[in-house]
Design a protein around this ligand. Structure first.
Ligand SMILES: [Zn+2]
Length: 67
């Protein structure tokens, strides 16, 4: 039985390539435990959604425009 040299191990492809290619996603929903004002109507709500315009506003369920 022939021993493998250290160089052989170093030349092997590294594992875990898939873990580094996870796409970054922007969360569409925001949860604020103490509540936060809707950017449209100003109502204080726990759960707000990112407006579809992409302007970063967070609106309540009533103001959210569902595509
Ligand atoms: Zn609202």
């Amino acid at each position: 039985m022939k021993d493998r040299s250290l160089d052989e191990f170093q030349n092997e492809k590294p594992q875990g390539d898939a873990a580094t290619t996870v796409p970054k996603t922007t969360p569409t929903m925001d949860w604020t435990p103490e509540g936060a004002a809707c950017s449209d109507c100003g109502e204080n709500v726990h759960r707000r959604w990112r407006d579809a315009d992409g302007n970063g506003r967070l609106v309540c369920v009533s103001c959210k425009r569902w595509a």
